[in-house]
Design a protein around this ligand. Structure first.
Ligand code: ZN
Length: 207
């Protein structure tokens, strides 16, 4: 799934906070954004493994939620939302495609790494690949209530992420070819530093 879809779903986790404790809503929207984005910062260093914790982040969310309910503050509520958003991100990646440059070819059986199980979880492909039309639909579904909050900043951020998503969806397949060509321009001694999915692609396998 697109990082922007994860971010919007992470921000949506702040909606219950807005409904029940609006004084913590601004921090919660920010925490949801950061927590939803954070796992994908491992894009170039062990993607969907280094910062993706589908089981452990989910387990850690329960006590964080309990603490936020028992002693609500900007810190405890923000931490609970951020943890929940990163757990949701890692778990949702299971529903997407495999870890490869062109996930629509269904050549990879690695969706996300479970540190708890010590192995990769296979992709369920309900969203066939990041940037698929159904991925954009998931982003749009959650963008609607976010835009409806009436908060100018949340609305502006949501519209910005949704717009970026729409452009990415249009360019997703040509971008894979472009990435492969750029990877091919990287001098051979540097190739070990490329993400595995680029090294596995045609650029280096042909040499
Ligand atoms: Zn991810």
């Amino acid at each position: 799934m697109m990082a922007t879809t994860h971010v919007l779903w992470g921000m949506a986790l702040a909606l219950p906070v807005l409904a029940t404790a609006p004084e913590f809503a601004p921090a919660s929207f920010a925490a949801g954004l950061v927590g939803g984005l954070l796992p994908d910062l491992d894009l170039y260093a062990g993607h969907r493994k280094t910062l993706h914790y589908p089981i452990y982040a989910s387990l850690a969310t329960a006590p964080a939620l309990a603490l936020a309910l028992a002693a609500p503050s900007t810190l405890t509520v923000g931490l609970a939302v951020a943890l929940a958003a990163s757990a949701l991100h890692a778990a949702a990646d299971v529903l997407g495609g495999g870890l490869e440059l062109r996930p629509w070819q269904e050549g990879s059986e690695r969706a996300v790494y479970s540190h708890y199980h010590g192995r990769w979880i296979r992709p369920r492909r309900l969203v066939r690949y990041d940037g698929a039309p159904e991925d954009l639909a998931l982003a749009a579904v959650v963008a609607a209530p976010l835009v409806g909050t009436g908060d100018g900043t949340v609305t502006a951020v949501t519209v910005a992420f949704l717009s970026v998503s729409a452009v990415y969806v249009l360019l997703r397949k040509p971008l894979a070819t472009l990435a492969e060509r750029l990877a091919g321009l990287v001098p051979q001694p540097l190739s070990p530093y490329l993400p595995e999915r680029y090294r596995e692609s045609g650029a280096y396998s042909r040499q």
